[in-house]
Design a protein around this ligand. Sequence first.
Ligand SMILES: Cc1ncc(COP(=O)(O)O)c(C=O)c1O
Length: 500
Amino acid sequence: MASSLLTRQLAISLQHNLRVAAPGSRYISKTATKTVSEFEYDAPCMKTTVPGPKSQELLRQLGEIQNTGAIHFFCNYEESRGNYLVDVDGNRMLDVYTQISSIPIGYNHPALLKVMTDPNNLSAFINRPALGILPPENFPDKLVESLLSVAPSGMTRVQTMACGSCSNENAFKSMFIWYRNKERGFTSPSEEDIGSCMINQSPGCPDLSILSFMGAFHGRTLGCLATTHSKAIHKLDIPSFDWPIAPFPKLQYPLEEFTRENAQEEARCLEEVEDLILQWRQKGKPVAGIVIEPIQAEGGDNHASPDFFIKLRNIARKHGSAFHVDEVQTGGGATGKFWAHEHWGLEDPADIVSFSKKMLTGGYFHRDELMPDKPYRIFNTWMGDPSKNLFLSEVLNVIRREKLLDQVTRSGEVLMQGLYALQRQYPHVLSRARGQGTFCAIDARTDATRDSIILKAKNKGVFLGSCGERSIRFRPALIFKEYHVHQLLNVLNDVLAEHK
Ligand SMILES: Cc1ncc(COP(=O)(O)O)c(C=O)c1O
């Protein structure tokens, strides 16, 4: 009731905004109160075009050492605050990309500075342990306080890792180990298993597979790359596995207006999933696991309905495959729930949920059955970093104290309404606005138009990311308030008004 009232009020105020937002005029909210926290700036402030002269000189220097083709500009992290990223030329930009969606509560949050300066935490920052063999005394407590306090339903275990790819890579290994243990009836591996694995042959290295989806991104390590299908540049020249790739639903937006067409498209994809599982079983490469993102992110912010995911989960169970939800980009609150898959209302929880980015540490939650049966099967030197758990505990405190998931939902509503408004106003340029919480995207007419909008927005003080072939993606921090949304919409409106 209260939320529908809120939605109505938002709709009314946004209709009003639309009226004042004729091309060239500013997209100004009458309702957004400017509530700048004491630690952050109040607006973007541009001094040069980006990259400015200092960034360009640093690019030249670094270019003598590394490939710098992907670098946008060099940053001054000391001066960056909250939602604003400052570059080395003194340009202050509203950051709607947040280090590829990995900054949970903005730059230099005072709560995190406090963790950093607490003398009790010093040893955790200085002495990075080999967690798999020599964990610190407080490690179990800190896991309970941080990661386990946000464990998705049905998940009783967590394994930390260093990054997103490393988390998925080890999650895949867990699924294979689990699957083979099932096949062997939980007996010990045979002499043949042990001998053959040393020379990469079956049965020790079995012909198992992971089913993934076209457009997916699960990372760039060798195993993960076999499940990544977003851009050729990630995969070119790297040997890969013969694993099944199912079509991901190509839905029409807004989802509510195309429920029948979208349900048909999802049914088509699910049918294909089952066919592929059967085909790969016949090929002698059974599907040990299915991996999927709740929203395909790098691949272009592609959504699917809760019904699709629930049915997919059931298919995995029916065929004895593990169900792995990759929440590396969606996890940590940006969709308005802590985990995006909580929007689905799964009765039968996933088997594995991997995370990284906004969680500050990588890792994965899993069900009891996927616990490795022996040491060193899932292992590396660091297996995460306990100092990141200290930061994560504090991030979670801030999220709870400041009710940031509610904030994300409110800001997300304003952002979506604003994107719909811009799309109506510039139908020749923008289409397919979509999102959940502040995890939003919109398509430009072509990739060149998209890139030009992003470039112009950057020079007007808003730093955006791209994804897919021609999408602009919005990935603000959880502290992105309605006021920031309006700053973003104003700049986008200005850019589009100038766009020829
Ligand atoms: C859904 C998803 N999975 C995995 C990864 C890989 O994470 P990392 O870049 O930390 O290896 C990413 C990175 O963007 C991602 O978005």
